[in-house]
Design a protein around this ligand. Sequence first.
Ligand code: SF4
Length: 313
Amino acid sequence: MAAHSDLLAAKRRVQYLEIAARSILNRTRPHMPFQWTINPYRGCEFGCQYCYARYTHEFLGLEDSRAFEERIFAKANVAALLRRDLPGVDRRDAIAIGTATDPYQPAERRYGRTRAILEVFLQDKGRRLSLTTKSDLILRDIPLLREVARRNVLSVNITITTVHSRLARLLEPGAPRPDLRLAAVRALADAGIRVGVFPNPILPLITDRENSLDRLARAARRAGASYFGGGPLFLMPAAQKVFFPFLEERLPRLAEAYRRQYARSAYLGPAYRKDLGERVRRVRERCGLDPAPLEYQPELWEGEEQGTLFPLH
Ligand code: SF4
């Protein structure tokens, strides 16, 4: 009850605004698994304590550590911007939707910006697309996603850090419960949409034990996920400002260890990363899950001229 009324109080504080954007397609740095990102919103009402995207509000001059989940900006004219810029994007490039905001956060009910973006891809074909969300609001768009996936290579990543709903509520106070996210995996898989589960970020001493990852991967597999892969938490200064006080208040026995660990670097060291990578690999193999979505399914375009989809340069 207390957690529920906290959530309602937080929802009453959220302010929605529209913001002009020069472009909706952003180029990533080299060596990323995708070359372009699309983020229809700035800020995210789900308010995950560990969220790395808080820096996007600092760019707007909003330094208040909770502004990220309380002032949500919907980007204007996203469909027109995408239609304008998409012809300049190589069809071999991967485009990731929802890398610094959740594209199916509550604002999507009001603004429909993610839906508008998907409708543009419906008019295109041969694109390599992925979409990442924690929200079962994605179920609204299953018919649209199916059509986008018929014309493009689409994978949907559902992020679930833990199957424990109380821990999830603590870590991700505004996000749908893990069982609702698993139900979304099931519905997407049943609709024939390629779907996987990302346990990201994997939190040292909180969600990184092999048996925790195992439970999550088994639940993902039962729900119809085809892949499972993740990496450890990294904590940039904007994220530390929220995560450290959260630990001190709610998980105080871990606070000092985290402060010590992340004082040196936002990233954990190679030994931890290697060990965690091995754990995730073992879990994946036990559950029969792939590490990532299959890259390319030419059968999707049976009867179509591949040369028109992937022009040679
Ligand atoms: S759902 Fe993603 S973008 Fe939204 S607060 Fe959580 S981690 Fe950040």
